[in-house]
Design a protein around this ligand. Sequence first.
Ligand code: HEC
Ligand code: HEC
Length: 201
Amino acid sequence: MKRVEFFVAVLILAVCAGALWLSRPVAAAEPPNTPRAASDSNDGALFTAFVPVLRHPRCMNCHSKGDYPRQGDDSHRHTMDIRRGPAGFGVTAAKCSTCHQDHNLGNVHLPPGAPAWHLPSPSMPMIWEGLTDAQLCQSLKDPKQNQGRNLDQLVEHLTEDKLVAWGWNPGPGRTPVPIPHDEFSAKVKVWQAAGAPCPSR
Ligand code: HEC
Ligand code: HEC
């Protein structure tokens, strides 16, 4: 390599490295929740970004297999043989509302509460346990499995429903769901704006 060529090569390398370095802070400064372009709309990562909330015991304790609710971070079967019952509100002798009110009771191990505290009905049980991210995403969007909700209604339920919001304020002694509520809502809305893409598996 001639001397001149060598200098040109070094110069090009230096310029490239400089450009790379400069582009970093610019990329980092982009708002984290900007909706992606249509070309990225197959991006299942927009869904998996908020799925840790759905998979948390605060949600799964009512969205698990079996005809009974669960309790605690280990999702053990609800004590006292509490069952789903014909409509999700428990069986005659042990209705959810006998113990659960529309707000948390103020001490550890007392019943938590939120408006309409119950399980999904046996005819549409909304069981998420055992589903892959792709299956969970599809089932949330499926009106035959989500109580006839369209996407707007589903997003409203996820971001505004009082029973869902309980997961961020579950009462003394219970771990709230991960991801702050405003961040979760923003992620759900980014997913919605991109056409609610599901992961491939
Ligand atoms: C005390 C039980 C209970 C808890 C806890 C609970 N849910 Fe539900 N969930 C229900 C019931 C009952 C329904 C059906 C009633 C309805 O559709 O409004 C439902 C329906 C849903 C639906 C619509 C149906 C579907 O599968 O698409 C979504 C989404 C949902 N819940 C999200 C959540 C999230 C997120 C959490 C946790 C932050 C949560 N739920 C915690 C009882 C619960
Ligand atoms: C006889 C009273 C009683 C009845 C009836 C009852 N529960 Fe509970 N439930 C409790 C108590 C008490 C706790 C709190 C246990 C603790 O924190 O140790 C609890 C906790 C729970 C939790 C756990 C929340 C969490 O994430 O840890 C869920 C979910 C739940 N109940 C759902 C239901 C549903 C749904 C029904 C009706 C089908 C129902 N319960 C009926 C007393 C009851």
